[in-house]
Design a binder for this molecule. Structure first.
Ligand code: UTP
Length: 298
């Protein structure tokens, strides 16, 4: 009998150095995509997949995340009295639905170490890991499909997405064998290969379901670059004794962890919203033509 997945781990303790100085006192996971923080998109995706127990691995300067998921009675009362129903609903539903649990990573020793920090709370159960800065397109069925796969196959499942060949050196890339449309057995994992040596153009992308065996493997993993314990290294050890499956994401993946991709994410989400698109689109068109003229000038 396959154990039911009831918990998700969200590592949010990283330094966010690519966003300094903005991240000196504010977590990048709290940066807004228009009017909603990045981390709320990730929690909403979990709630849609039926997961309410969310274990945040937090660290220094991450308090705003805890405040965000608290119930704020004063603000709720204020909005109620002011008749601001829409604003009230926007803050109320998420904090009433989620069951947040906070675990502190004492030292930022890497993503693998952050996941290992959650072991006393996860226990001997399969669990989801969602990265705190990767947002999937609204309505993505990735997590639901991954949970179904886990229920069917009983082993760890990781999410992949297709990248351009010239981009493979930015990601962890897998060697795989396809067993059904969009579902694979992972044969090997390579961290940041060159386009010439990459075994595929399928990159590991921030959504994972692990059996609890990953914790043993994380304990065996030697620190790599910068003294960090890498999740990919533990996954490679896991591969030696368990089958590891992979699922190819349909639709877009938004990386909000660096300034350029964060801006692209905001543009994309803003243009999807009718109330914003009307003003933003002509502005963007005019700006693009102004800059194109500037760049084209000899
Ligand atoms: P990243 O490498 O994208 O985040 O880790 P970072 O280290 O915060 O960012 P940079 O590279 O310095 O700009 C992916 C996720 O893992 C978490 C991060 O918070 C992020 O959500 N993480 C990373 C931890 O929780 N602990 C760590 O020690 C490292």
């Amino acid at each position: 009998m396959v154990q039911k997945i009831r918990k998700a781990v969200l590592p949010v303790a990283g330094w966010g150095t690519r966003f300094l100085p903005a991240t000196k006192a504010m977590p990048k996971e709290m940066f807004p995509i228009i009017d909603k923080p990045v981390i709320q998109f990730i929690v909403e995706e979990l709630l849609e997949a039926g997961i309410e127990n969310v274990i945040f691995v937090t660290g220094r300067h991450k308090r705003p995340i805890e405040h965000h998921f608290d119930i704020n009675r004063d603000l709720e009362n204020h909005l109620q009295e002011a008749g601001k129903e829409e604003a009230l609903n926007s803050i109320r539903y998420i904090s009433h639905m989620i069951n947040p649990i906070y675990v502190r990573q004492k030292d930022q020793l890497g993503l693998g170490h952050a996941v290992l920090t959650s072991e006393p709370v996860v226990g001997a159960e399969p669990f989801i890991v969602s990265l705190g800065d990767i947002v999937l397109e609204k309505g993505s069925k990735t997590l639901c499909d991954m949970i179904d796969l886990f229920n069917r196959l009983g082993k760890s499942v990781i999410a992949l997405f297709e990248v351009e060949n010239r981009e493979v050196s930015k990601y962890g890339i897998v060697k795989v064998k396809e067993i059904e449309e969009g579902v694979y057995i992972v044969e090997d994992l390579v961290e940041k290969p060159s386009p010439e040596t990459a075994p595929s153009n399928l990159a590991i992308v921030g959504r994972y379901i692990f059996t609890p065996r990953i914790f043993d493997k994380l304990k065996e993993t030697q620190p790599g670059k910068g003294g960090e314990i890498q999740l990919t290294d533990a996954m490679r050890l896991l591969l030696e004794e368990e089958v590891l499956y992979a699922y190819r994401i349909e639709g877009k993946v938004f990386d909000t962890g660096n300034p350029v991709d964060y801006l692209k994410t905001i543009c994309e989400f803003a243009l999807k919203r009718e109330d914003i698109r009307e003003e933003l689109l002509p502005y963007l068109q005019e700006t693009i033509s102004r800059y194109t003229q500037l760049i084209d000038k000899p």
